[in-house]
Design a protein around this ligand. Structure first.
Ligand code: SAM
Ligand code: SF4
Length: 330
């Protein structure tokens, strides 16, 4: 099967992030307001059959990897049913999930049986009270059990995403990095990105990835390594003899737009061409009007014309209509 999703800047698009819900069981300070969002109505959200139909169309034009995300994907009922449907789509070679891990331990077996092979877990602190301050709900123990379960189940790589915030968790860089010495864990430190919910936090707590690496270098010598396979934008470094590695993801200080290989499907069926900005195309209406796979594939191809070359966000800016990550299909 050839890749025919190529955007106007000659980038092959092979990776689809699918937001299965806008809802979440946490309220991370950098992502969502404490009171939640005006949630989508049930009929606005794509059904699993509709999502699978879009994945089939995407695979027919070269998409090879799918990541289920949200909101929190594991709060949507029977997620493993969707996972199995996607894993069965010809051409899809890689199915992963991004989760906050709260419900992972109880769902892991069925997700693995359905075909999920890779997991990214979000974890911003290893201290219980802090977890409750950052996520605005308790749950550290459940997340740690989820991590253990994922490693025990042989999922590889297990990646931990840690959003670094000055004065909130930046004194834990060494503790997170230490996790990579003995266990096959890939800790990725992420620069906090601006959304409407976090303008002040982003301004005051942003730590650039170069500073993160400088501070890690004090703990021990890190050498650049290839990192695990995947579709991600991280740069990886490892301590000598470590089982895992640390990485940095720098959407702002060193954007990775020129290597962009991805588009996003929001929970309500819009194809978003860039994480930032308003470039999106509705797939739900044509799908519900009975469009066949070939027609959806055609729409996907034409969407390539509006995929922007790069995002233009800089530190301290917030995209005009930027909403929480769950709304945009983080
Ligand atoms: N709920 C799942 C989770 O937390 O992993 C999946 C969705 S979440 C939106 C995906 C990733 O985006 C998480 O790793 C989260 O930490 C990250 N994220 C959310 N808001 C962010 C922000 N403002 N800046 C940087 N990363 C952010
Ligand atoms: Fe929920 Fe993930 Fe956003 Fe945290 S980052 S509020 S876990 S969607």
């Amino acid at each position: 099967m050839t890749i025919s999703l190529i955007d106007g800047f000659s980038r092959p698009i092979t990776y689809l992030r699918v937001s299965v819900t806008d809802k979440c069981n946490l309220r991370c300070v950098y992502c969502m307001p404490e009171g939640g969002l005006p949630w989508l109505r049930r009929d606005e959200i794509l059904t699993y059959e509709e999502i699978a139909a879009i994945v089939r169309a995407a695979a027919s034009v070269g998409v090879r990897a799918v990541r289920l995300t949200g909101g929190e994907p594991l709060v949507r009922r029977n997620l493993s049913r969707l996972a199995a449907a996607i894993a069965a789509v010809p051409g899809i070679e890689d199915l992963a999930i991004s989760t906050n891990g709260l419900l992972l331990e109880e769902q892991l077996d069925e997700l693995v049986a359905a075909g999920v092979r890779r997991i990214n877990l979000s974890l911003d602190t290893l201290r219980a009270e802090r977890f409750e301050a950052i996520a605005r709900r308790p749950g550290l123990d459940a997340v740690l059990r989820g991590i253990d379960a994922a490693i025990a189940a042989g999922l590889a790589p297990v990646k931990l995403n840690c959003v670094v915030m000055r004065g909130h968790n930046d004194d834990e860089l060494a503790d997170f990095a230490a996790l990579t010495r003995e266990r096959p864990i890939y800790v990725r430190f992420i620069e906090v990105m601006p959304v409407q919910e976090n303008v002040a936090l982003q301004r005051d707590a942003y730590v650039a990835s170069d500073e993160i690496l400088r501070r890690l270098a004090v703990i021990g010598e890190l050498r650049p390594v290839a990192g695990p396979s995947g579709n991600g934008p991280a740069r990886y470094f490892a301590f000598d003899g470590a089982a895992g590695a640390v990485g940095v993801i720098s959407p702002l200080s060193h954007d990775y737009c020129e290597r962009c290989n991805r588009v996003r499907l929001t929970a309500d069926g819009r194809l978003r061409l860039c994480l930032f900005g308003d470039h999106a195309i509705d797939l739900r209406a044509p799908l519900r009007a009975g469009a066949a796979t070939e027609r959806i594939a055609e729409i996907l191809r034409s969407a390539m014309l509006i995929k922007p070359e790069r995002h233009h966000l800089r530190l301290g800016e917030t995209a005009s209509r930027m909403r929480a990550f769950s709304e945009i299909g983080g």
